[in-house]
Design a protein. Structure first.
Length: 256
């Protein structure tokens, strides 16, 4: 269902001016997060896997900030990947990308990645503990020791608090998340871009499960605080409040 939804969006994208300030702000967050990740990895980035990569909105960021890396874009939407390939051809980056038409839970890489990213998609995989554990297992197996799994996700605290633009809770009031963290559904609509069911990403539960897969949560911060920590004044503070950045690090090899 999600693949069909994003196939349709790729075939009929919204006008470029739609949600322009939001997109610009979110691109700033993703660029800063990528820059921070490269610093944490001491510039040693040879392979970047972008899970749920969509149409490749982050391809040029990776090409610029990780100039010697191979970019592996993974997505369930074939139409989105076709657009990614068109953009890579336009920007003369075809020799630096590999497109994989697959779910993130089935990730298989040619060599261990230094960096795995996943932006605005974790909420599709928290429908069950089994589904999310499959993702964590794939990410852990795909990362080198010391590698990073980073991205942007919906901040569960804000969704529970209420008032998030575009969010409808329906019959689930999202209470008792510590006891029942998985499969807690809400509806999210961003006209022209998203109209789908999503599931709460309860980060305390996610972090505990990730530790069992050798992934330690080293950063989780709301967009506005993250921007300010990098000396940027948020331009879309009310929209930003719904989102957070996360950074997991694969347990380093002994002696490193």
């Amino acid at each position: 269902m999600i693949a069909a939804h994003y196939d349709a969006v790729a075939l009929r994208p919204p006008p470029r001016v739609a949600h322009q300030h939001r997109r610009q702000e979110h691109n700033t967050v993703k660029r800063l997060l990528l820059q921070q990740s490269v610093v944490m990895l001491q510039g040693n980035v040879k392979l970047v896997a972008d899970l749920a990569c969509g149409k490749g909105g982050d391809l040029n960021k990776v090409a610029e900030l990780c100039p010697y890396s191979l970019y592996v874009g993974v997505d369930v939407s074939g139409e989105s990947l076709a657009e990614l390939e068109r953009r890579a051809l336009r920007d003369k980056l075809t020799d630096r990308i590999v497109c994989v038409h697959s779910c993130a839970t089935e990730l298989v890489l040619p060599t261990p990645a230094d960096l795995i990213t996943m932006n605005f998609a974790l909420h599709y995989l928290t429908s069950s503990a089994v589904q999310f554990e499959a993702l964590l297992g794939a990410v852990s197996a795909g990362l080198r020791p010391g590698g990073l799994f980073v991205g942007c996700c919906v901040d569960w605290r804000q969704v529970v608090r209420g008032g998030c633009e575009g969010v409808t809770l329906g019959s689930d009031d999202l209470q008792g998340l510590y006891d029942r963290p998985w499969g807690r559904r809400y509806r999210y609509v961003l006209p022209g871009c998203v109209d789908a069911d999503e599931f709460v990403v309860h980060m305390p539960t996610v972090a505990a499960l990730a530790r069992r897969h050798g992934l330690d949560l080293v950063r989780f911060r709301g967009f506005n605080g993250f921007l300010r920590s990098h000396h940027h004044t948020p331009r879309c503070a009310s929209v930003n409040a719904m989102y957070a950045v996360f950074v997991f690090q694969r347990t380093p090899a002994p002696g490193t």
